[in-house]
Design a protein around this ligand. Structure first.
Ligand code: C2O
Ligand code: CU
Length: 454
């Protein structure tokens, strides 16, 4: 039998040994227009774009080591792809339009298939005109369960988003507006959890919940607190902490995730609140109905670590500088665009407002060409007046503190205004990987570069 390209993608070696079910056609994931009741029911529903027409898209849930197979079908009026945020996967499956694959035209499809090496909380979203497509509702949770489930009573996914809605609850179509590009990105005027205006989930006193928080907003940084819940942060960006930490004030930048284990201690209602300028805003309510146990469960131990390679010697690691410049109130006077130096007014006329190492927009040359297995340090210097949520594709990194100690594994790091910080990671995944700001208007306005790992 002659192997077809599809057999090749599925993996010829395993095909014969697998039961029929595993060889069946992969389930599809269709991006299409739909309607969502983002606002209270006495207001109209909102036309959105969503996976399967819903926001959030379907919760894709697997077990660590499983293979994800989805045929992406594009029923949108523009080209699109799917990026599997935080998954350490083969480069060709990373879904970056124009870098790792051609964008999928309306009416076309693309088969994604890859193994899931790490347990944790991840998510998926387009990587083509992301600032528009994510703002219209294209995103969903991708959950990879540990080989052995930890002791919790319930596992709840909460995807946070903000929307810019008009008075009749339609999406304001000011996608990629220059003001958003050059300031804090597209900040909405309406917040949802799991695409709903009022998230409420009845719980029992003494119940232990695992809350998987995902920030799917284009640019909003959430500052969160819990009320009536006692618990621990157990993972960041999918990756388990070596020791569960206390929950204080939680900062959740765009694209970041936090996993919490919480015990319900409230008498009648527990809350997840967002601290907004206008005051506390209840994102999620957990009305208490009865009791599940009188004494709380024991303190949780750490989740089992994922098989991420340990950092090599930081003293001999390759060190790269990343100068972040531009934006409103910045000092950027000129930058190169596709190799040509342009003054800031010309850059702005073309929609650019930021530069990484003096390059606005996706540079021809990578930030670095690394050898597989090398430990890389990137010293990020935020010379702008804005915070940026810097995301590296295909790898998790650790922040390197000034004293040389390292922080937890992450895939997206919030770099505050005027902050200089370093990250380090093992470049163990060959291919072309983006490094960009996950404030999506910043990414398209100049804060995108890439690494080449051979
Ligand atoms: Cu969440 Cu480059 O993406
Ligand atoms: Cu940014």
């Amino acid at each position: 039998m002659k192997p077809t390209r599809r057999d090749f993608l599925i993996g010829t070696a395993a095909t014969l040994a697998l039961p029929d079910i595993a060889r069946a056609a992969p389930t599809s994931l269709t991006a299409q227009p739909g309607m969502a009741q983002l606002v209270p029911p006495d207001f109209p529903a909102t036309p959105i774009w969503g996976y399967e027409g819903n926001v959030p898209g379907p919760e894709l849930r697997f077990r660590q080591g499983d293979r994800l197979m989805r045929r992406f079908v594009n029923e949108l009026p523009q080209s699109s792809t799917v990026h599997w945020h935080g998954i350490r996967l083969p480069n060709a499956m990373d879904g970056v339009a124009g870098l790792t694959q051609d964008s999928v035209e309306p009416g076309d499809d693309f088969l994604y298939g890859f193994d899931l090496p790490d347990a944790g909380t991840y998510w998926y979203h387009p990587h083509d005109r992301t600032y528009e497509q994510a703002a219209r509702g294209l995103y969903g949770p991708l959950i990879v369960e540990e080989a052995e489930s930890p002791e919790v009573d319930r596992d709840l996914v909460l995807i946070l988003d903000d929307w810019r809605l008009t008075d009749d609850a339609t999406i304001n179509e000011s996608f990629g507006a220059m003001h958003d590009r050059s300031h804090g990105g597209r900040i909405g005027n309406w917040i949802t959890v799991n695409g709903r205006d009022a998230y409420a989930e009845p719980v029992k006193r003494g119940e232990r919940l695992r809350l998987r928080l995902i920030n799917a907003a284009n640019a909003r940084i959430f500052t969160l607190e819990t009320r009536g819940l006692r618990g621990w942060t157990v993972a960041l960006d999918g990756m388990p902490l070596e020791a569960p930490g206390p929950i204080e004030r939680l900062i959740l930048a765009p694209a970041q995730r936090i996993d919490l284990f919480v015990d319900v201690v409230a008498e009648d209602e527990a809350l997840l609140v967002s601290l907004e300028r206008t005051g506390d805003f209840a994102l999620a309510s957990f009305p208490v109905e009865g009791e599940i146990r009188a004494a709380p469960l024991d303190e949780p131990g750490p989740l089992p670590p994922n098989p991420v390679p340990p950092l090599g010697d930081l003293n001999t690691a390759r060190r790269i500088e990343l100068r972040m410049e531009g934006g409103a109130m910045g000092r950027l006077r000129e930058a190169r665009l596709k190799g040509v130096a342009l003054p800031i007014r010309d850059l702005v006329a073309k929609g650019y407002a930021w530069a990484l190492n003096g390059e606005a927009g996706m540079p021809k040359m990578p930030l670095t060409a690394a050898k597989r297995g090398q430990t890389i340090r990137i010293a990020m210097n935020n010379e702008t007046a804005w915070p940026h949520a810097m995301h590296l594709h295909g790898h998790h990194f650790r922040q390197v503190k000034p004293d040389g100690s390292v922080g937890p594994l992450r895939d997206t790091l919030l770099v505050n205004r005027s902050e200089a910080t370093e990250i380090a990671f093992v470049a163990d995944n060959p291919g072309q990987w983006l490094l960009h700001c996950h404030m999506l208007e910043h990414a398209v306005a100049g804060m995108t570069t890439w690494l080449d790992i051979a």
